[in-house]
Design a protein. Structure first.
Length: 341
């Protein structure tokens, strides 16, 4: 039996992680940690979890814990991950894994020394269309991929009303950081961590400034509301992207990735393709299990089989370096070269 502690008693833990953990066999959620102990106790009572504490060190004095699931604000991740690893706890942490990609080097070193599993929670990889697309790409059914477009757009995201998202010091950035850490990670995973040559990006604050004047969003918001740019790989594959929290659009939310290959084009997650699947017929939520559950099963399986290699952190590191360089490009107003780590 693997004993899990949840760090962070917010909406992510309440609505996504704890319900998913309840469906995993051979695990037990034994405690909830939050600096707001009242919040922790309220969530623990709701899910019949016996133990609560204001920090992980206090919880470890009360009960035995094997692994932690970190669901706190982005800026807290790095220190929490290292503290847990040094206590020989396996760690699953919500994305973005850390705000400074350079921290991953030390995290990798310490996790290897202490023989623990350490992963970023990237549920997009575990969606049924993602798994099928990886198989399709591995079999070269699209031919040579020469262009990809990532689109994750929201006309009004709930994130813009959450202080842990709309304040840069808490989140590390706006949709480029938040959505980018999902979809750039997915892209690198699909493309086997292909080497990047350069990146460039543009961001806009125009709509958020306008809505602040109208008192429709918090005046303290200091993140971009829209970003657009490209990632150029060494083999001349070019990936363009658009991310938004705010957008003047009739479509409330749109998420898709279009892969253009020499043999054909395919759109994820609907998997629209003339040659492989009939339009919108094959992937109408045929997932037997939710991606979040599959992700947690993978995490616990790595623990049980003692696979402490943490190879996925290489993709996580490159994803966060790309995002950092994209923000550098925005500041400098020009394309930025990517040098191998």
């Amino acid at each position: 039996m693997i004993k899990i502690a949840i760090i962070g008693a917010g909406k992510v833990a309440e609505n996504f992680h704890i319900p998913a953990w309840k469906k995993i066999k051979n695990i037990e959620v034994v405690g909830i940690v939050d600096s707001n102990i009242i919040k922790a106790k309220k969530l623990a009572k709701k899910h019949s979890i016996k133990n609560t504490a204001e920090n992980i060190d206090t919880l470890l004095k009360l009960i035995k814990v094997d692994a932690v699931d970190v669901c706190t604000s982005n800026f807290t991740h790095s220190q929490l991950i290292l503290r847990c690893i040094k206590n020989k706890l396996h760690v699953l942490c919500e994305k973005p894994f850390v705000l400074n990609y350079k921290d991953i080097g030390k995290i990798t070193q310490v996790s290897k020394k202490n023989k623990v599993v350490c992963l970023s929670a990237q549920h997009q990889r575990y969606r049924f269309p993602s798994i099928q697309l990886k198989n399709i790409l591995n079999k070269n059914k699209l031919g040579k991929i020469y262009a990809i477009h990532i689109e994750s757009l929201s006309s009004f995201s709930d994130a813009i009303q959450n202080i842990n998202f709309y304040k840069r010091k808490n989140s590390g950035g706006g949709p480029l950081m938040d959505l980018g850490s999902h979809f750039i990670d997915l892209l690198l995973w699909l493309l086997k961590n292909k080497k990047v040559n350069s990146v460039a990006a543009f961001s806009s604050f125009a709509l958020s400034k306008y809505l602040k004047k109208k008192k429709m969003i918090n005046k303290e918001s200091d993140i971009e509301d829209y970003s657009k740019g490209f990632i150029r790989f060494n083999d001349n594959l070019t990936v363009s992207f658009e991310f938004s929290y705010l957008l003047n659009s009739n479509i409330r939310k749109s998420q898709k990735i279009t892969f253009h290959g020499t043999k054909q084009t395919l759109i994820w997650p609907d998997m629209t393709s003339k040659k492989i699947f009939k339009k919108n017929s094959y992937f109408k939520e045929k997932e037997k299990e939710k991606a979040s559950i599959l992700m947690l099963k993978n995490f616990t399986n790595l623990i049980m089989t003692k696979q402490y290699h943490n190879k996925d952190l290489k993709i996580t590191k490159n994803t966060l370096k790309i995002i950092k360089l994209l923000y550098d490009s925005i500041k400098k107003g020009k394309e930025v070269k990517f040098e191998n780590i």
